[in-house]
Design a protein. Sequence first.
Length: 237
Amino acid sequence: MSLENRVAVITGATGGLGRVVARRLAQAGARLALFSINQNHLDNLALALNLPLERYLTSALDFRHPQAARKAQELTLEKFKRADILINVIGGWTGGKMVIDFEPAQFDEMLQQHFWTTLHLAQAFIPGFMEQKWGRLMVVTSPNAALPPAKRAPYAVAKAAQETLVLAMAQELKASGVTANILRVSTIDMDHARLSQPTDANASWTLPEEIAEAILYLCSDEAGMVNGARIPLYGSP
């Protein structure tokens, strides 16, 4: 599958998953707009990707703030004249206590990282997708969004809010050529323990390469009818 004519915006690009997704989309020929909060990490990622300058840009931005998303859009259009794909893999987790023991600020922190970053980015990029009648929005969430376990309330609440936002956008984007989809992952297996040391506990873990391949498919023209999906990548519905 070739993404030679596509521009992919990846936020949270220097995290473990972001790096794998960036590498896979680069292999498919996409031009990349790579964003995270640490420019040194972005520089290291660009060096590892070994792409010509005309195929990538990097910038350190904090997408908890709406102006950062607008800046990312401006930088992307200035460099590439277009944007086609938005992949938000900004991470973060807070848990380990009962709901009654969390500070409100800890809920707010999770909402800022997951819900608000997605909203700000969507408001910056989706109008352009709609104008060109083609675009892809993807986020990675968790089954915790639907079935929150004990002592993970801030994360589960934020992921549920993020999913609701994406599903609402998917309804608004029907028949527009733009899609919005969710990839659900239980645990991202960065060390490939599921393969090297398989156990009952890690049987539902997902390799970052598996997530990247699912994202690559959703970026294709053939996936144009996949919209508003919550795709389970943990071995069960």
